[in-house]
Design a protein around this ligand. Structure first.
Ligand code: IPM
Ligand code: MN
Length: 357
């Protein structure tokens, strides 16, 4: 009997279901080719479900998601739901509940994709951001006093635990070693101002770094990282950083790799249930129009295949995506691809079928 993986699918809001459908189609094709099976189970969560039922993410769903090998997510965000409710109630809750302590975001400019950076090409933009995903400013620590009065006080604290920082930094060193490129790990922090939080990060980085003599240790303040990412992105190999800085620099990174139609990420618990998603939003105004590029969702599937250990399938998907981006798509932006969402999925599927066994 061939191996079977159980995948929970949360298509979510807006254009999420459209791009997820293409990712599933691609995964089914490559599983067929590589001789394993995928069993997909759909979960109806998101803005529409919340509006219809008042339910965000019931405990029963959380419990049942624990039985899967991975979660594949489309997009969460609805124009009629106040910002924060669904993000906190679904996306962040899943990250925290399953202790997905790594947010892994590969940043690679593929041939044929436009970058807004002048004079930079695919050989210059190829790095990975390892973002801590369960702590920092996202931990929800803090509070407010006298809300709505002139004396209002709002405090939002960044929580950094030794354990959380250590496991993130260790993951980044291991990842950098396995990736085997420039073998350089850059700690992105702000040691000149955040003298408690990034003092901890820096000490742990140096300590753990001693176990990795083969990896070059590099440090840059977050503001400088932003500058270098635009000016000299070729400097970076792997970047490790906290949750908030990671959130910000990966949007910048996504844009230099061709935008939200391309960028994907994994929310990873190496010993638990991980979740994979295109990092663009739900793009509600394009819902049902078939203009969104599904490559980001397909690359999220690629990261998922790596995580479940189907490396050959993952590289077949990447190889096929490379061909589509290089030879077929005119422009990756919404509505300008020259193909519909479904047609882009079909192109990837066809290349997968054409690859010799
Ligand atoms: C991301 C998103 C989320 C985050 C939002 C939607 C809560 O921006 O995955 O980067 O801030 O982490
Ligand atoms: Mn973000």
């Amino acid at each position: 009997m061939s191996k079977e993986y159980k995948i929970a699918v949360i298509p979510g809001d807006g254009t999420g279901p459209e791009v997820v459908a293409e990712g599933i189609k691609v995964m089914e094709t490559v599983a067929d080719k590589c001789g394993f099976r995928l069993k997909f189970t759909n979960y109806n969560l998101g803005g529409d479900h919340y509006k219809a039922t008042g339910e965000i993410l019931p405990d029963s769903v959380l419990e049942s998601l624990a039985n899967f090998d991975a979660i594949y997510l489309g997009a969460i965000g609805h124009p009629d739901v106040k910002p924060g409710i669904l993000e906190k109630g679904i996306l962040l809750k899943l990250r925290f509940h399953f202790d997905q302590y790594i947010n892994l975001r590969p940043v690679k400019l593929y041939e044929g994709v436009k970058t807004p950076l002048k004079d930079k090409g695919p050989e210059d933009i190829d790095f990975v951001v390892v973002r801590e995903n369960t702590e920092g400013l996202y931990a929800g620590a803090g509070g407010c006093l006298k809300r709505g009065t002139a004396d209002e006080v709002a405090v939002q604290e960044s929580i950094n635990t030794r354990k959380g920082v250590e496991r993130c930094i260790r993951y980044a060193f291991e990842y950098c070693r396995k990736r085997n490129k420039a073998k350089r790990l850059t700690l992105c922090g702000k040691t000149n101002v955040l003298t408690f939080a990034f003092d901890l990060w820096e000490r742990v980085f140096n300590e753990i770094g001693e176990e990795y003599p083969d990896i070059e240790k590099d440090y840059a303040h977050v503001d400088a990282v932003c500058m270098w990412m635009v000016k000299n992105p070729e400097w970076f190999d792997v970047i490790v950083t906290d949750n908030m800085f990671g959130d910000i620099i990966t949007d910048l990174a996504a844009i230099i790799q061709g935008g939200m139609g391309i960028a994907a990420g994994g929310n990873i618990n190496p010993d638990g249930v991980s979740m994979f998603e295109p990092i663009g939003g739900s793009a509600p105004k394009y819902t049902g129009k078939q203009v969104i590029n599904p490559i980001a969702a397909i690359m999220a599937a690629n990261i998922m295949l790596v995580a479940i250990g189907e490396l050959e399938a993952a590289s077949i998907v990447e190889e096929s995506v490379i061909k589509v981006l290089r030879d077929d798509l005119k422009d990756v932006a919404a509505g300008r691809m020259g193909y519909t969402t479904k047609e882009v999925g079909d192109l990837v599927v066809n290349y997968i079928k054409m690859i010799n066994d």
